[in-house]
Structures are given as C-alpha cells and as structure tokens.
Design a protein around this ligand. Structure first.
Ligand code: 5GP
Length: 190
C-alpha cells in the first residue's frame, strides 16, 4: 500500500462549528475521500439512520467492542460514548481511499498515538457566540444539551493550538476552500 493510499484526516472542532458541512463540501470536491462512520450510544436524531450517520449501539454493545479492542479511539461526550471502529477505517484504506474522521478532542488526541501519520485539522468558530446561534437554530438538541455542548466547546477551543492545521469557519466557502487546500497538499505530498 502506498503512503498516499494510507492518508487519514482527522477533523475536530466544537459541536455546531460546521464540521459536517465542511466535510460534505470536501467529499464533493475530493470524491475519493471517504468518511468513517462512527459508533455512538446516543439516540438517532430525526432523519438519522443506522449505518449512515452512525452505527447506533447499545451501551452494552459499545462496551463489549471496547473490551474486544475494536476501536481506534473512543470517548465520552455529553453523557454518550462515541468511537471510531478500526474496521471502518481499515476497509477504506485497503480499498485505496483516503479516510476522514469527524471526531471530538479526546478522540483526536488518541489518534495522535494510534495513527501518528494522520493529518489533524481543527475547525474553529469566529467567536463562541456563533456556536450558540448554530446549535439553537439547528434545533436538534434540548436547551440543557446545548449548554453542555457549549461548555465542552470552551475546553475544545482552548486546545486548538495542539493542531498543526486550523481553519476558521466564518464564511463556509472560504473555510471549505482552505480545508480542501490542506487535504490536496497532503494527498500530493505522498
Ligand atoms: P453529535 O452527537 O453532534 O453527532 O456528535 C457529538 C460530538 O461527537 C461531535 O463533536 C462529533 O464530532 C463527535 N464524534 C462523532 N463521532 C465520533 C467518534 O467516532 N469519536 C469521537 N471521539 N468523537 C466523535
């Protein structure tokens, strides 16, 4: 397998910053890149289906897979568990696709150890208030869950400097172009 084929991109940033929209744009522009479908114990939101947005697991099944070493990384976030299954990433790499992981901070830190060659990009909001506006207008979380997400967001923003690449999502087009430039330069490096 060539180095080019083994590229893994980690996209991290606070909830509501627009990671999902930026990754959707990236996949449109760089169609060979594939998104790893994470596992979670949280309940599906309206419109989400099992195996598409997430593999929705019971807490028991999640824990069983942790014990069996099935995760490349896993973390607890807002009272739920989230993790990247090795099988999700390895299958795509074997098929020759670069893989993108959309994960929170604790998981990104673990990936630095388990996959030191992965390219880590932090997506930051122009200011904290914009996260609140986005989370409220998205309408997918209860007010208490929004407050919990904003508290975690402050901790995540404090860790931004750990990331070699940072993109501020003020204007979606500009941020998407910056992310694409980072990804294309890494893909052509190898
Ligand atoms: P949400 O509940 O909004 O879908 O996701 C909550 C947070 O969990 C987001 O910051 C998202 O990026 C993160 N997340 C999603 N999948 C994973 C994963 O596999 N591992 C880790 N560590 N975080 C994840």
């Amino acid at each position: 397998m060539s180095a080019r084929k083994s590229k893994v991109f980690v996209i991290t940033g606070p909830s509501g910053v627009g990671k999902g929209s930026l990754i959707a744009r990236l996949r449109k522009e760089v169609p060979e890149i594939e998104l790893s479908v994470s596992a979670t114990t949280r309940s599906p939101r309206q419109g989400e289906s099992n195996g598409v947005e997430y593999h929705f697991l019971s807490p028991e099944d999640f824990e069983r897979r942790v014990e069996a070493g099935e995760f490349l990384e896993h973390a607890r976030y807002s009272n739920n568990r989230y993790g990247t299954l090795r099988s999700e990433v390895e299958r795509r790499l074997v098929e020759g696709h670069p893989v993108v992981l959309e994960i929170e901070l604790q998981g990104a830190r673990q990936i630095r150890t388990t996959m030191p060659g992965a390219v880590q990009v932090f997506i930051a909001p122009p200011e904290l208030a914009s996260l609140r506006r986005r989370l409220e207008s998205r309408g997918t979380d209860e007010p208490s869950a929004i407050e919990a997400r904003l508290k975690v967001a402050e901790e995540e923003l404090a860790a931004q400097g750990e990331f070699p690449h940072q993109v501020v999502n003020d204007d979606l087009d500009t941020a998407a172009a910056e992310l694409e430039t980072i990804v294309r330069s890494k893909l052509s490096d190898s």
